[in-house]
Design a protein around this ligand. Structure first.
Ligand code: GLN
Length: 266
């Protein structure tokens, strides 16, 4: 399979932000593009990246990090606020996991030390209750909110897909609370999610998704990888894109097994 489509994927601070296998998300995006003949370039975004380079990405990814790394990252990320905001505002898709969305929110209050002002891309804030409080750890099963476009897609054969079940592994101290200008990414069926209280998991604004799901997320939920790839191509080439179907039967079996282990029938 070969086509002329190309994607440039920006990966935020790969050396400082990649906990619990988050790099696997990049690998899945790359592979699923390659299998369809879509050319991919992975661009690490860090201290040495110019605004022009950052401006040219078609899809953005940021993984998790511990509080100390988040502080270091933020010193540089602040200077990229304008460009990242303009990418998101022009509907470029993005996936931010755990530590990354915390920095894209209004602020993150770490376990110890000063409040970190975020980029304000997601209308939300996160507070860590302190080093002695329990972390929110474990497997999580959630139900995503599908768009009407997805609901009408008859090629989505399996019940897992049509039920929009998402699985992942969470491990965070921070508790996130959403403001009114954003929507949750999914509803918690099992696990903690944003704060262990309101059953929200993650956040969505335009085509940017923030969530607490490691594991990593995309190998376990390839439908999400395809959502990001499709959106990225559609925004870049300004036309409807149809992605060739791939065989995800093993991934679906794995997902079903973990959901059932946690008592969710799919
Ligand atoms: N430092 C953050 C927290 O504990 C993020 C952790 C992570 O990215 N895994 O809430």
């Amino acid at each position: 399979m070969k086509n002329n489509n190309q994607l440039k994927i920006g990966w935020l601070y790969p050396k400082l932000m990649s906990t619990y296998g988050d790099k696997g998300n990049i690998m899945v995006l790359q592979k699923r593009c390659e299998w369809r003949g879509i050319n991919v370039e992975i661009v690490p975004i860090d201290q040495s990246t110019t605004d022009k380079e950052l401006q040219s990405v078609d899809l953005l990814f940021g993984g998790g990090a511990q509080d100390r790394e988040q502080e270091i990252v933020m010193e540089n990320l602040r200077s990229k606020k304008k460009v990242i905001k303009s990418l998101i505002e022009r509907d470029v898709p993005a996936l931010f996991v755990c530590g990354a969305p915390q920095l894209m929110g209004n602020y993150y209050e770490p376990a110890e030390g000063k409040r970190i002002e975020g980029l304000g891309i997601f209308d939300m804030h996160t507070e860590h209750p302190g080093p002695k409080e329990d972390r929110l750890i474990g497997n999580l099963v959630a139900q995503g909110y599908s768009s009407s476009e997805e609901q009408n897609d008859e090629s989505r054969s399996s019940r897992l897909r049509s039920n929009n079940i998402i699985v992942g592994f969470e491990n965070h101290g921070g508790r996130t609370f959403l403001g009114k200008n954003v929507k949750p990414f999914a509803k918690v069926l099992k696990g903690f999610g944003n704060n262990g209280k309101d059953l929200t998991e993650g956040v969505m604004y335009k085509n940017a998704i923030g969530c607490y799901l490691h594991g990593p997320l995309l190998p376990k939920n390839p439908i999400l990888a395809d959502y990001l790839i499709k959106k990225a191509l559609e925004i870049k080439y300004k036309k409807k894109i149809h992605l060739a179907t791939l065989d995800d039967s093993l991934e679906e079996k794995a997902k079903s097994a973990i959901a059932q282990r946690l008592g969710i029938r799919v």
